[in-house]
Design a protein around this ligand. Structure first.
Ligand code: GDP
Ligand code: ZN
Length: 294
């Protein structure tokens, strides 16, 4: 039988199958190999007890992707949630997240929640900033259930990691999308918690067949992977159409004369906020490089 590992605690793997969730141990063979089952893995399992829903993981199907923090396999997109108000969106943090996902080549959907708390002008303000950032943009109200069908459509058929700072309405949205999320968690923990301590771990929730979301903890400590500052500009898709049109080859769009990107910013073709964000990250990388070599 095949299934998807939705949770792993203290050597037990919880595998979602057509027959429900099985509590599994990994077969001994894994101990001799470097590969260890991860949340998100599609696995082959051997049923030990249909009654007790117990089994063994006997093999892992080939992975499409692997994230390290959180350790999860097969994630193919990210949904990042920010509130339009309370808390006001931390755009540098959002941009940092977009850079990270771009580095990992994981497509991102930006979801602005609490739309009900702001005016259309304010929504338009954020829509303009992110219009060409390469991510799909959604404006929703999780509390009122507005726009959540569009979220559901985006998630269909995907393994999505859901991230966002606290207070933005992440739980509200997840509970709206997966009403049994809490129930299901309780069900799994009952078996898993027997005499074992629980820590914060990644858990997949099933939305529908072949659609899962992963609640990603620890959002505030985002650290894009090391990269050359000269590569940063490729993490800003709005620059792409102008790449190669600057006067100098390899222009990093900072202080060079005849820079097509800066011209586009002045003409309002590239959002000023995103450009300034680029410059600020560029300086940060430059500073890091300076410290590395001094
Ligand atoms: P989390 O920390 O990201 O999981 O955020 P919660 O889901 O716990 O929500 C934080 C607060 O924001 C709660 O008081 C929610 O009721 C409220 N909230 C969530 N979504 C919305 C929304 O769409 N509109 C408004 N006005 N409040 C919301
Ligand atoms: Zn340039």
């Amino acid at each position: 039988m095949q299934g998807r590992i939705v949770k792993g605690i203290a050597g037990f793997y919880y595998v979602d199958t057509e027959d429900g969730i099985f509590e599994c141990r990994a077969k001994g063979i894994f101990r001799n190999q470097k590969v260890k089952p991860l949340v998100g893995d599609l696995v082959e399992l051997e049923v030990l007890s249909q009654e007790e829903k117990e089994g063994s993981v006997i093999s892992i199907l080939p992975r499409k992707s692997e994230l390290i923090r959180p350790a999860v396999a097969n994630v193919d997109q990210a949904l990042v949630i920010f509130a339009l108000s309370r808390p006001t969106p931390n755009l540098p943090l959002l941009d940092r997240f977009l850079i990270m996902m771009k580095q990992k080549a994981i497509p991102t959907i930006i979801c602005f929640n609490k739309s009900d708390m702001v005016s259309e002008e304010e929504r338009e303000h954020f829509r303009q900033i992110y219009r060409d950032c390469g991510s799909k943009l959604l404006f929703i109200s999780a509390k009122k259930g507005e726009g959540t069908d569009a979220v559901r459509d985006c998630l269909r058929g995907h393994m999505t990691t859901v991230a966002g700072p606290s207070g933005v309405g992440k739980s509200t949205l997840i509970n709206h999308l997966v009403p049994e999320a809490e129930m299901e968690t309780g069900k799994i923990s009952e078996k898993a918690d027997r005499g074992k301590h629980t820590t914060r771990h990644s858990e997949l929730f099933r939305l529908e067949k072949d659609s899962y979301i992963l609640d990603t903890p620890g959002f505030t400590a985002l650290e894009p992977e090391a990269m050359e500052k000269e590569e940063l500009r490729f993490c800003f898709p709005e620059f792409d159409p102008y790449e190669g049109s600057c006067k100098f080859q390899g222009c990093i769009h900072d202080r060079e004369p005849g820079c097509a990107v800066k011209e586009a910013v002045e003409d309002g073709k590239i959002s000023k906020e995103r450009y300034e964000s680029y410059i600020s990250f560029f300086r940060e990388l430059k500073e890091r490089e300076r410290r590395r070599y001094s």
